[in-house]
Design a protein around this ligand. Structure first.
Ligand code: NIG
Ligand code: FE
Length: 415
């Protein structure tokens, strides 16, 4: 845990200990020529020179001169599948020629193909491969990332994936904060083809008790011909009773009512939502479920984008995340996520920043820990190459981040 002073910072941050909703998403606090003090990894002062308390003489502080550049909270990528075996470039080509994501999955490819490769990999191989992606995310300014299981689909392989996440999260050299999600209900494995309810029973009776303590969230792919509403409700209620916080992949391919279900079961977030109904938007806004939108997936599947404006106008909290995975979206690019959100989803830069910081943190259940530059929060920062944060979408798909700070320590420097 480190002590750090950042001087001459153009501080730009959302504020609060909870997700910012609706119109509040555009409110960023700005301080020109500001100072941020971080002690033992926690922010202890945010302001200007005048008013800064004198610092204890027995502590050493690393100093960064931000030279007037924009300083934002570290980004939070609240939806990724970064642990997986193998790759699926052949499926990408089939899709570009007109095949659909679901038809590939129904033929036994898609998620099942990554399950086969993941079951063959060791925990160490999975963790090493994921670290390669994590290192790249860090350079894009990500200081917290969520990682899902879901390519094991048997107790043994799901545990192997969660243990790989734990190995990464607890590595003393790891700078990024990693949040773990159990996604045993990602697909019905081939051994249970045609027996979805039996597989849900296995998850409820054997997997959930075994992964308790290894994952904060329980997630499910609620989709037509995967886990439909009744099976999803049964699993999510059981998981909540066992103390898991809940997430759903909802209304991604067809309108099924996953958004409404997320409100009913009190989920922390519902994600994807390309085909959400107006009623689903209303219920999520009323229930305070974070709408996590994944524009890189819509882009990669050549789909329309999720209705970000409708969510914001309904007073909901929108988060943005990458969905990095080997199938529907093989990209973990924060710069491209920002560009797509601003260009195609009509989100303002300010809303986009809030969605990738405070609201991403809320989607991870960490809005009181990170996601804004405020006293008491973790010292997680992105220092840009430019004074103006509006450069972020304008420099389309390119990385504007110069320095990344995790818990008060410089974790990455870009030229
Ligand atoms: O979030 N839709 C379900 N799950 C992932 C894709 C996983 C895969 O294709 O490997 C998603 O898009
Ligand atoms: Fe996903």
């Amino acid at each position: 845990m480190s002590n750090l002073i950042v001087r001459h910072a153009h501080i730009c941050t959302p504020c609060g200990l909870q997700a910012a909703k609706g119109a509040d998403m555009s409110r960023l606090k700005e301080i020109e020529d500001g100072i941020i003090v971080i002690e033992d990894g926690i922010i202890t002062y945010v302001g200007v020179d005048e008013g800064m308390p004198s610092l204890p003489e027995d502590k050493e502080y690393h100093e960064i001169d931000a030279c007037g550049n924009a300083v934002l909270p570290g980004f939070v990528d609240s939806h990724t599948h970064l642990i997986f075996g193998g790759y699926r470039p052949d499926e990408f080509e089939w899709r570009m020629k007109g095949d659909t994501y679901m038809s590939i999955m129904e033929r036994g490819g898609g998620i099942q193909s990554t399950v086969n490769a993941t079951r063959e990999a060791t925990r160490e191989e999975l963790a090493d491969k994921a670290q390669w992606f994590i290192n790249r995310m860090l350079r894009d300014g990500v200081t917290t990332v969520e990682a899902k299981s879901g390519y094991g689909l048997s107790l043994e392989s799901e545990l192997k994936m969660l243990d790989a996440i734990k190995t990464l999260a607890e590595d003393p050299k790891q700078k990024i904060r990693i949040v773990s999600t159990f996604l045993g209900a990602h697909a019905v494995p081939k051994e249970y083809k045609g027996k979805t309810a039996d597989y849900v029973d296995l998850i409820i009776n054997e997997m959930l008790p075994a992964v308790k303590g290894k994952a904060k969230f329980c997630d499910i792919f609620t989709e037509k011909n995967v886990f439909e509403i009744e099976d999803s409700r049964r699993l999510l209620n059981a998981a909540r009773e066992m103390g898991f916080d809940l997430k759903l992949h909802a209304d991604e391919i067809v309108t099924l009512g996953g958004a409404e279900l997320s409100a009913e079961v009190g989920a922390v977030s519902a994600d994807h939502l390309l085909h959400v109904s107006d009623e689903g938007i209303k219920r999520m806004a009323e229930a305070g479920v974070v709408a996590t939108l994944l524009p890189l997936t819509a882009f990669s599947l050549k789909e329309h984008f999720a209705p970000a404006r409708k969510f914001i106008e309904a007073g909901a909290a929108v988060a943005l995340a990458t969905d990095l995975n080997p199938g529907s979206c093989f990209s973990g690019s924060i710069p491209l996520t920002i560009a797509l959100a601003c260009i195609y989803m009509n989100m303002s830069v300010e809303e986009t920043i809030t969605a990738l910081t405070l609201n991403g943190a809320a989607a991870c259940g960490l809005a009181d820990v990170t996601g804004s530059i405020e006293v008491g929060k973790s010292g997680d920062l992105c220092i840009l190459h430019f004074p103006n944060y509006r450069m972020l979408p304008y420099y389309v798909g390119m990385n504007c981040v110069k320095t990344v700070v995790c818990r008060g320590e410089v974790a990455a420097e870009n030229d």
